[in-house]
Design a protein around this ligand. Structure first.
Ligand code: KIV
Length: 278
């Protein structure tokens, strides 16, 4: 019988040099498909807000929305290692809030761990969560919840000072007890230096191949989100045009009465005309 990965196993993967595969999932059927393909970690990212809920950023996403989708992912993939992304406003105000909301991810949505954005400023919160029994994945570099303060969705760690700061933040998060860290949109060489200097796994997105693992938004990988595709995304399929083609065909066939045909319909041997004449 398959057993769920543990935080300890994820830590061991780094020490064995095994690459960690992470993809976002927001619903049960996709979670099942991704898990069956051998993805190590399903991240219920707050990218949910943009790819599934139609918001312009991740900022409006609520705890209720995250818990709703995280529970669906858990139901779809009971044996997957699931990480719930803490939405903006659920962990910044106080460590107490963060721990309460962390508990909700584990107890109500079946998550194995939570992810939160930020460096040194969130380390006390990370420690509080870990002490309370909530495993934490960090997230530094481009942090979408505060992208506006950073001047937009831009490459981070480009100069000496910001590169140094990112190295310090990664170390501080490891010290605070994070079991892995997402490195988003930073130069590949910097990501490699950070990865080599930590004992916990780095998971890159737009951070080159030197990270210990990679994460992508599954809608980007599958070519289903047409609004915007970051440069670091590789589309392994272009499903949006295929979906549009299939749906257009359905619309045409319904209008022409060629769907459903006989094999897609039910028929029984009753003389309906005589019933109408009665
Ligand atoms: O919300 C998200 O999907 C993320 C990943 C892109 C790392 O944070």
């Amino acid at each position: 019988m398959e057993t769920r990965k543990t935080v300890k196993e994820i830590r061991t993967m780094k020490s064995r040099g095994e690459k960690l595969t992470v993809l976002t999932a927001y619903d049960a059927s996709m979670a099942k498909l991704l898990h069956e393909c051998g993805v190590d970690v399903l991240l219920v990212g707050d990218s949910l807000g943009m790819v599934m809920l139609g918001y312009d950023s991740t900022v409006p996403v609520t705890m209720a929305e995250m818990l709703h989708h995280c529970s669906a992912v858990r139901r779809g993939a009971p044996e997957a290692f699931v990480v719930g992304d803490m939405p903006f406003g659920s962990y910044q105000a106080s460590a107490y809030d963060a721990v309460q909301n962390g508990f909700r991810f584990l107890k109500e949505a079946g998550a194995d761990a939570v992810k939160l954005e930020g460096g040194v400023e969130v380390c006390a919160t990370v420690s509080a969560l870990v002490r309370a029994g909530v495993p934490v994945m960090g997230h530094i570099g481009l942090t979408p919840q505060t992208a506006s303060q950073m001047g937009g969705y831009k490459l981070q760690g480009k100069d000496d000072g910001s590169a140094r700061r990112l190295i310090q933040e990664a170390r501080a998060l490891e010290e605070a007890g994070a079991f892995a860290i997402v490195l988003e949109c930073i130069p590949a060489q910097l990501a490699e230096v950070i990865s080599e200097s930590l004992t916990i796994a780095t998971i890159g997105i737009g951070a080159g191949a030197g990270c210990d693992g990679q994460v992508l938004v599954s809608h980007d990988l599958l070519g289903m989100y047409e609004k915007f595709t970051p440069r670091f995304v590789k589309q392994y399929a272009q499903l949006a045009p295929q979906i549009k083609k299939a749906v257009a065909e359905y619309v045409r066939e319904v209008r022409q009465s060629s769907f459903p045909n006989e094999s897609q319909s039910f028929s029984v041997d009753i003389d309906y005309l005589s019933i109408l004449e009665e």
